[in-house]
Design a protein around this ligand. Structure first.
Ligand code: PAF
Length: 281
């Protein structure tokens, strides 16, 4: 496995791979890799000759009250994991190279970013779309793999990929969960053991919603009420940011559950903001 830190070297390496007729898969990450990321790398390996895993804690997607410096990092551990998972290139650009002095060009997706995470974190997606567009330009992937856990991010980036005409196949891989159901996330490491046990309340609420739908319920308002009850019961201190029922691709709100409806939620548990989602049918 190669580790590349320079944008120029990455561009040259990608150009050479394309010239040799090799296909490239990109897995963009912010590091502190867990099983969820490794499953994305595994999927990428099935899709292309060369797998590039980028690690870049993107300052532009953190809000002023979100602590960029507190974001967990473990470069050495990450490189080991990428190698073991079969990644070919780890790309770790420097913030000053991605956002050089005087940087002022941004990529924005207008409508899909107005709801859910976008409503709570106003500049977040502008940072995500800009950095991912830059990563696309630098690494020239044929395929890109994102996780379903950040389902709005996937919808926004799919839109950007189509709108800007990138010839990139877009794969969204399923969320990987801990044995008790908690979605894998780099943020889980902020919890103590007892707090960690409460963090499973998001998954429990989604499961209770799924049970209701299985029993025949289709009305969003009733399901939402039950989810709020389930969260308050298993995690009294939790602050619910939103519980939403939206269409998988358009993110338009649903009143009744249909096949394409995704239930997503953001909940702060012991000062850690968690997100999760599930298809209910
Ligand atoms: O999902 C993430 O880790 C980030 O938002 C991404 C896509 C790597 C962009 O910084």
């Amino acid at each position: 496995m190669k580790t590349i830190r320079s944008i120029k070297t990455m561009q040259r390496t990608a150009r050479q791979a394309v010239a040799e007729g090799k296909s490239i898969a990109l897995v963009p990450t912010m590091g502190f890799l867990h099983e969820g990321h490794l499953s994305l790398i595994g999927r990428a390996k099935k899709e292309a000759d060369i797998v590039i895993v980028s690690i870049f804690v993107n300052p532009a997607q953190f809000g002023p009250r979100e602590d960029l410096s507190r974001y967990p990092r473990d470069e050495k551990g990450d490189l080991k994991k990428i190698r073991a998972a079969g990644g070919d290139i780890a790309f770790l650009p420097k913030p000053r190279d991605v956002y050089p002095h005087g940087f002022q060009s941004w990529v924005t997706v207008e409508k899909l970013t107005q709801t859910l995470e976008g409503a709570s974190r106003p500049r977040h997606f502008k940072g995500v779309t800009t950095v991912v567009a830059k990563l696309f330009n630098i690494t020239r992937p044929d395929v890109v793999v994102f996780g379903m856990k950040d389902y709005q991010q996937a919808a926004v980036l799919r839109q950007m990929t189509g709108d800007l005409g990138y010839p990139i196949r877009f794969i969204v891989a399923p969320t990987v969960r801990e044995p008790d159901g908690l979605a894998m996330s780099s943020r889980n490491r902020y919890f103590s053991d007892s707090q960690r046990a409460e963090a499973v309340c998001l998954y429990r609420a989604l499961k209770s919603a799924k049970e209701m739908v299985k029993a025949g319920e289709r009305q969003v308002s009733k399901i939402k009420r039950e989810m709020i009850r389930a969260i308050k019961a298993s995690c009294p201190g939790a602050e619910i940011d939103y519980i939403a029922f939206t269409d998988l691709k358009t993110l338009k709100p649903a009143r009744e559950i249909v096949k394409e409806t995704v239930c997503s939620l953001a909940v702060t548990v012991h000062q850690v903001r968690l997100i999760d989602n599930m298809r209910l049918l």
